[in-house]
Design a protein around this ligand. Structure first.
Ligand SMILES: [Zn+2]
Length: 76
């Protein structure tokens, strides 16, 4: 009877630097959001402007989108 041998390769989940990390700031009062940006300061500026125009909207949430990729490692 034939026997199969299975080999497994170790993989490591690492940040995918081909895809930039994107930051978006979202107003918790009305749901409006800044456009995606690789610079987190853009969202901070957007929130400052939004708060100036809407003093009743003091709370925000930053969304960060970071890509990951499994990189093959050593055979085991
Ligand atoms: Zn708002």
């Amino acid at each position: 009877m034939a026997r199969s041998t299975y080999r497994f390769r170790e993989h490591t989940l690492t940040p995918d630097t081909d895809n930039p990390t994107l930051h978006t700031m979202e107003c918790q009062a009305c749901g409006q959001a800044s456009s995606d940006s690789t610079d987190p300061r853009d969202g901070t500026r957007w929130a400052a402007d939004h708060f100036k125009a809407n003093p009743g909207h003091p709370t925000y949430q930053e969304h960060i989108e970071r890509s990951y990729r499994f990189e093959p490692g050593a055979w085991q």
